[in-house]
Write a protein that binds this ligand. Sequence first.
Ligand code: NDP
Length: 250
Amino acid sequence: MSEPAVYGWVVWLWAGLALVMLPVLLVKTAPYGRYAASTGPSLPSRLGWIVMEAPAAAVFGACYLFGPGVGAASLVFLLLWESHYVNRAFVYPFRMRSAGKRMPLSIVVSAFAFNVVNGYLNGRWMSAFGSYPAAWLADPRFLAGAAVFLAGFAVNQHADWILLGLRKPGETGYRVPRGGLYRWVTCPNYLGEIMEWSGWALATWSPPGLAFALWTVANLAPRARAHHRWYHETLADYPRERRALIPFVL
Ligand code: NDP
């Protein structure tokens, strides 16, 4: 079978797998961060984040480097993707206050594999299999999707910035995050991330974009629910009026 034919199967299987993972992750919270077990092989958290996220930046970039030449619209997608992933792989890990914390190897391996597949599916589409003439940049789907992506990027960055500022150097405990969208929800960082990849799906109007948006919801909506419960069970002064993920709704 040719690469585009295999690709066509894999991308829909990938989207279907996200739908399977949603109920699984509602029952079993991914064991990293506050849920990490102290047993089993692991890496220092910072190194774990770099190893997990670097493939998303590298594989997507390699698809452009080794693929056919691309036009302005595809280059805008490259810029959006790399703005997110260069930060996530090479800036965010150095801002974390994670002294002594470790990331289970099982999480590192599975997230590494996820990012290789997802980087390939999205990078190959945006740089080769999809068709994005320059006029796509004026299409309402692109304009609305890019606006949602950028708004999500801002929400995610601001929320991460507040969280990472809660600990003094050397601290590893948890405090109530306040300010910004934390006024209304427990996990605005996850809300921002879901907005980013939903915006990406709309702006690219593509099967791999849709699959990635589904994966992001499958990964982060259950985790937001778990964090919300954890705060209520762990911190006596946790604000009762906050929702988990979507202001006033959920
Ligand atoms: P968390 O909100 O669980 O933690 C983020 C960081 O803040 C960690 O270093 C954590 O420390 C620290 N932290 C969290 N809460 C507190 C608190 N109350 N007091 C002090 N420190 C705190 O986010 P994740 O680690 O799950 O995710 C990090 C980023 O990666 C997010 O922006 C998320 O959107 C993104 N992500 C995206 C995914 C996707 O599918 N696209 C999947 C997973 C994450 P500690 O680690 O010690 O708990």
